[in-house]
Design a protein around this ligand. Structure first.
Ligand code: PMP
Length: 452
């Protein structure tokens, strides 16, 4: 196996950083001018960047974006899944234009008939049958968690270490080496010690999950069927079945967060892998880029909630939002599900993503790098570890910021965008074979440079 020469990597990174600055004077100037935004960006995460400043967006369509310096990119980040349907997919654009032209409304707090179409479609895809909408996946998770607490009368939520489910207070918990738990590093202004609200186990650790559930205080296990926010960590055979069985044996609900694992197919990993959660949460891609989130309850959970006169589900009981379920988000979701993220398009996305994974794997072998590739339908991801990580903590420990930055800048300087957070490539219906080949060649070149 090749060990990475750190001096060489530092020099390569430095050269890429200089190239990045030279190529993007307009983005740099816009960033320097942005004095009235906290951190100079409209949202603090936009400061997660490999270069000295972020690229400013000028144009986005399909699988391509252009920055304000005029450089075109093939976009494999796709808004970290928000644009898995492609930027401004024609059917979504047309639906939005028609909606506005026809006076379909933006914020009325009145239901539209499209919502039943979307809810029925989500039911057919994900199995659970009672849907409600939010504007973000974070809120879908927050509200699902409240409902799970209400229905079970239990205080705690169980997470997997190094999971991500949005900015949900309860979720920022990790395991510690001694078998305990701790707040996740960097947790901003935590309302309380997260150990009061939450429990944590490692992904793929059946015993750990059983041990935490045995306390008898867990309202719900919330999980991505594969972790996707610490690289991709795939479930080992039998883990998801064990998680489902254990949750039920211990009286906890199972919530599948399909926000990213939706890449596994039209009904996410839930459908692709035959899972049977009590609640499904979603967001991002289903609106084709327009903000939306959703949670679906099983009929049983929905009935148990609706029978409870003590729960205020209609006013200020802690579940809901003024613009949630708004007509535009719902119209965009209908167009996205009906015309864009269809079974046929998932098939071609999966085919192209598999091609990326195969070529990256070949490059890793050729250059004898100690890396692995994990695949999840339309997304795949490189992790700097071989064998591939089995748990969130193992994957966290394989983090290598210098390598991340090198790969991101190497790609950005040559016309490819990756998600800023790790090394994921996501494919949308408009991603072409040529774009896939372009990425594969560049990955091989970046790897060859490293080991030369
Ligand atoms: N769930 C998962 C699995 C996610 O990956 C994310 C965001 N990366 C969220 C929820 C939250 O999505 P949002 O930030 O759009 O609320």
């Amino acid at each position: 196996m090749t060990t990475i020469d750190r001096d060489r990597l530092a020099k390569l990174l430095d050269a890429e950083q200089r190239g990045y600055v030279q190529r993007h004077p307009a983005s740099e100037a816009a960033f320097r001018r942005a004095e009235h935004q906290f951190g100079r960006v409209p949202m603090t995460w936009m400061n997660k960047r490999a270069g000295n400043f972020p690229l400013f967006l000028a144009h986005a369509r399909g699988a391509r974006v252009r920055d304000i310096d005029g450089h075109e990119y093939t976009d494999f980040c796709l808004g970290d899944t928000g644009a898995m349907a492609g930027h401004a997919a024609p059917a979504v654009t047309e639906a939005i234009e028609r909606h506005l032209r026809d006076g379909g409304g933006l914020a009325a707090m009145m239901p539209t008939t499209d919502a039943e179409w979307v809810a029925a479609e989500l039911t057919a895809r994900f199995g659970v049958s009672q849907w409600s909408f939010s504007l973000t996946a974070t809120d879908a998770n927050r509200w699902a968690i409240r409902l799970a607490r209400a229905v079970t009368g239990r205080p705690k939520i169980l997470f997997h270490s190094y999971c991500y489910h949005g900015t949900v207070d309860e979720s920022l918990i990790v395991t510690t080496p001694g078998g305990g738990s701790a707040p996740r590093e960097g947790n901003v202004g935590a309302p309380t010690d997260v150990r009061l609200t939450s429990r944590v186990a490692e992904f793929n650790d059946v015993e750990g999950l059983a041990r935490e559930l045995a306390h008898g205080d867990v309202a719900a296990v919330i999980m991505e069927p594969a972790l996707t926010n610490i690289g991709i960590v795939l479930p080992e055979p039998g883990y998801l079945e064990a998680a489902s069985r254990l949750a039920r044996e211990h009286g906890a609900l199972l919530i599948n967060d399909e926000t990213h694992t939706f890449s596994a197919g039209p009904g996410g990993a839930t459908r692709a892998w035959g899972l049977d959660p009590d609640i499904v949460t979603l967001g991002k891609a289903i609106g084709g880029g327009v903000p939306i989130g959703a949670y679906g309850l099983s009929a049983d959970v929905a009935t148990r909630l609706q029978d409870r006169a003590d729960l205020d589900l209609v006013d200020m009981g802690g579940v809901g939002g003024t613009l949630a379920g708004n007509p535009l988000s719902i119209a965009a979701a209908r167009a996205t599900l009906e015309h864009v993220l269809t079974p046929a398009n998932f098939e071609s996305m999966h085919r192209r993503s598999a091609r990326i994974a195969a070529s990256v794997r070949a490059a890793i072998e050729q250059h004898r790098l100690p890396w692995t590739v994990s695949e999840l339908g339309a997304r795949s991801e490189v992790r700097f570890r071989d064998p591939a990580p089995r748990t969130g903590t193992e994957s966290h420990l394989a983090q290598d910021d210098q390598l991340d930055d090198y790969l991101h800048l190497f790609m950005a300087n040559r016309g490819i965008l990756l998600t800023p957070f790790h090394n994921m490539t996501l494919v949308c219906p408009e991603t072409t074979d040529e774009q896939v080949a372009e990425y594969s060649e560049l990955f091989d070149a970046a790897a060859a440079n490293l080991v030369a």
